[in-house]
Design a protein around this ligand. Structure first.
Ligand SMILES: Cc1ncc(COP(=O)(O)O)c(C=O)c1O
Length: 468
């Protein structure tokens, strides 16, 4: 627990000063970028205080930055790059297309698109899919489909659940000091306030309560199998089953947002490992092989509402100008095929190396007298994988179950993890996000040794500053 907060501010200020010393060119780049680019970048998750480093190139586990660092990266393209940055498997395929003078002629129907869709539908076990370009759009379309299909309005989501900046789910994303029961963005329709309900992750009792009181008005319940804002805490089997049973009982649709978890634990959705069939699922990130692809996948009767022949209940699910872009289809198909054909080696290898890393991190902190834990290590066997997050619990056996737990300063050392750990690890050339991130197949033992050294250095800083 952060029991010496008075030292913390001083500690953090020192880290910031050291960071600015080590990343001087990034500071200048940030200043230049801010002249015309809001905040200097197009996504809040790519920025941090005092400013982000600037990548020059990225290969495998590492990013080379303009200040001359070689940084081990666990952000890995917002967790999309399961084979690491720029894997030759994909880059060579794209180069071949481009060398033939092909690949940028978007907007035409091609057999490649149908091939991609058929492969995806088969491996995720659904009747129909439709493709678009961002996870945000996929979740928006999935919710529109559910509302049209059920002829109901209410969207039930999880506190801390992030489904992109989608106005139909921009409530209860981040805490505001009074919990999660608020709209997160200005500029959305008033209905976001009244038609989105929020319930805590892994709390089946509250879920039952919400369905008892509003079940006949709920169009859909959308959630991630592993909650990103809870350090990837997995849904308990009880919660997953309650979600499936309650949605079916009350005539609502279950939407699993597998944008992060799809193809992360196995060559399909995490739903396969839970043995649950949602009505709709959303996929993104890994399924694009590094290119922008996302998908809504599910029951033919629901997906059929996206059809031009659907009649008055038609949902205007048009994937967008760049949907099914030829280069995206090529990259995505190559990636999905690779993961399916090598499922028996890719996932066990990823799991073994990640679990060894998570264990090693806990061990190094313990050896240096700091109580730190790593999310991902404490998952049930069937969901031990490559998503992890370091946290600083107040008790050795405390494992966060939801965003409320993981965001708690006293229970899980949230400010220390989000701000100080971020800079402390970067000072040793390791890029962690919300405590760690996603391990890729490109990360190796040498990288892990550097991570352990970074943890040791950070533990030393914590002790000498008297923070923990
Ligand atoms: C679970 C989940 N859903 C949806 C999204 C939105 O995806 P995108 O950023 O591709 O729009 C994200 C993005 O991180 C996500 O983590």
């Amino acid at each position: 627990m952060v029991n010496k907060m008075n030292h913390y501010d001083e500690f953090y200020e020192k880290l910031k000063a050291e960071y600015e010393q080590q990343f001087p060119l990034a500071k200048l780049a940030q200043e230049r970028a801010q002249r015309c680019l809001v905040d200097g970048g197009s996504h809040a998750a790519r920025q941090w205080t005092p400013y982000a480093f600037r990548a020059r190139s990225a290969h495998g586990a590492r990013v080379e930055d303009i200040d001359g660092h070689s940084i081990i990266d666990f952000w890995q393209g917002h967790y999309a790059n399961i084979l690491g940055h720029n894997p030759p498997l994909i880059t060579q395929t794209l180069v071949e297309d481009l060398q033939r003078g092909d690949g940028l002629h978007t907007g035409l129907l091609e057999e490649l698109e149908a091939e991609y869709a058929c492969v995806l539908a088969k491996v995720v076990g659904v009747e129909q899919v439709r493709l678009t370009t961002a996870g945000t759009l996929a979740t928006m379309y999935a919710i529109m489909l559910a509302r049209a299909f059920t002829n109901r309005k209410i969207v039930l989501k999880i506190s801390g659940g992030w489904h992109g900046a989608n106005p139909l789910a921009l409530k209860g994303v981040g805490p505001n000091g009074h919990g999660y029961d608020h709209v997160d963005s200005a500029g959305v329709p008033n209905s976001t306030e009244t038609e989105v309900l929020v319930t805590p992750f892994n709390d089946p009792d509250n879920l039952r309560k919400v369905f008892r009181s509003a079940g006949d008005r709920i169009a859909c319940f959308i959630f991630e199998p592993c909650l990103g804002s809870a350090g990837f805490a997995p849904a308990s089997m009880e919660f997953m089953q309650a979600a499936r049973e309650l949605t079916a009982q009350y005539g609502a649709l279950l939407i699993l947002d597998e944008v992060i978890t799809g193809f992360r634990f196995c060559a399909s959705g995490a739903q396969r490992l839970y043995g649950v069939s949602p009505d709709l699922s959303t996929y993104g990130k890994i399924i694009g092989g590094g290119m922008p692809i996302s998908a809504v996948a599910g029951r033919a009767d629901v997906m059929g509402l996206a059809s031009g022949q659907a009649g008055p209940n038609r949902v205007m699910f048009n994937g967008g100008t760049f949907s099914s872009h030829p280069l995206s289809m090529r990259a995505g198909l190559t990636m999905i095929r690779y993961l399916c054909e090598n499922e028996g080696t890719v996932y066990p290898q990823l799991r073994a190396s990640s679990q060894a890393l998570f264990e090693g991190i806990e061990r190094v902190f313990a050896q240096n007298g700091i109580l730190a834990r790593c999310m991902g290590l404490h998952n049930p066997e069937f969901l031990k994988g490559s998503l992890g997050a370091i946290y600083f619990p107040n008790k050795a056996d405390f494992v966060p179950q939801n965003a409320e737990d993981f965001g708690d300063a006293a229970l899980a050392g949230a400010p220390l993890r989000e701000k100080a750990l971020k800079l402390g690890m970067l000072l040793n050339e390791v890029n962690v996000v919300h405590g760690l991130g996603a391990v890729s197949l490109a990360h190796n033992r040498t990288d892990f040794d550097q991570v352990y050294a970074a943890c040791e250095a950070f533990a030393g800083r914590l002790k000498s500053a008297g923070v923990l």
